[in-house]
Design a protein around this ligand. Structure first.
Ligand SMILES: Cc1cc2nc3c(=O)[nH]c(=O)nc-3n(C[C@H](O)[C@H](O)[C@H](O)COP(=O)(O)OP(=O)(O)OC[C@H]3O[C@@H](n4cnc5c(N)ncnc54)[C@H](O)[C@@H]3O)c2cc1C
Length: 256
């Protein structure tokens, strides 16, 4: 399996480093609260609190936020696009990661993991045997890392369970599926609330309508997982296309 040494979580950091090296400024903990059109572009109000928020001006804005926040930011400027994005449903999920002592494993876990169809009625929907799947995750001579995921579209119950119950429930499913009896020496639960946009029938047409509604707004475009695909390669391709389209709508900078 191809992956990144240290996990996919290293990707945003690497992109941030590359952007900074190219001269970009990245502001963290800086949610965009609103957009205002100006004669030359956009004014963006940024900040976690209304009282301390600051306005920044921009020639162009690329909204790379999930569909819900994008809909709120577009409501005054492209209400039709906002309505379409508001209509995109999302699923939440949680990842349960456990570290097991290799000496507690009765036998090697088979393969790299498994998927669980909804009809099986289990808590977990998948498990990844991380230490068997990726070389970097299998280097520790004493510990074996394993992950399970829970949370299906339309069923928020699993994600709402507390951490201890999730770990217990995941281990019970793993015991039944692959005979795992080892007790973890550490566990962590990570929740991704509304992390996965759901593409209902007609999604492509919906996103076409979003694009058409934004086409008349110079200096403003949108991208992200709700558009042309949820996987990272699709997100990158969508972002690149949106950025190129955006640049076509703004006059060249005088110093370019
Ligand atoms: C648990 C999980 C596992 C996955 N595994 C894989 C995988 O193995 N392979 C794969 O290809 N894909 C995977 N995906 C899918 C993929 O990771 C996501 O679809 C993709 O990262 C989404 O990228 P994005 O830039 O559209 O959105 P995000 O990465 O969600 O970025 C949107 C950003 O907008 C910010 N934001 C929100 N509101 C505002 C605001 N008002 N102002 C400023 N910023 C705001 C958020 O804080 C966030 O940082 C996985 C997804 C999940 C949840």
């Amino acid at each position: 399996f191809t992956g990144l040494e240290g996990g996919m979580g290293t990707l945003p950091g690497a992109i941030a480093d590359a952007c900074r090296a190219a001269g970009a400024e990245i502001r963290l903990d800086a949610p965009v609260r609103s957009l205002r059109r100006t004669p030359t572009g956009w004014a963006v109000t940024v900040g976690p609190d209304a009282g301390t928020a600051e306005e920044t001006t921009a020639d162009a804005v690329l909204l790379a936020v999930p569909a819900g926040p994008a809909a709120r930011l577009l409501a005054d400027h492209a209400p039709a696009a906002a309505r379409e994005l508001e209509g995109v449903d999302h699923a939440s999920m949680a990842l349960i990661t456990v570290a097991l002592r290799r000496s507690d494993l009765d036998r090697p876990l088979p393969g790299s993991g498994f998927l669980v169809p909804a009809v099986d009625g289990r808590l977990i929907k998948a498990s990844t045997f991380s230490s068997g799947k990726w070389e970097w995750a299998g280097r520790d001579p004493e510990l074996y890392l394993l992950r399970a995921s829970v949370g299906r579209h339309g069923d928020p119950g699993a994600v709402a369970m507390d951490d201890a119950d999730l770990v217990r429930g995941a281990l019970a499913d793993l015991r039944e599926a692959v005979g795992l009896t080892a007790v973890p020496v550490a566990s962590v639960v990570t929740r991704w609330i509304d992390g996965l946009p759901q593409y209902a029938p007609g999604h492509t047409d919906r996103i076409d309508r979003v694009r058409r509604a934004l086409a008349d707004l110079p200096g403003l475009r949108a991208c992200g997982a709700a558009h042309d695909g949820v996987g990272i390669p699709a997100c990158v391709a969508t972002a690149r296309a949106a950025a190129e389209d955006l640049l076509r709508t703004v006059p060249a900078h005088p110093t370019d």
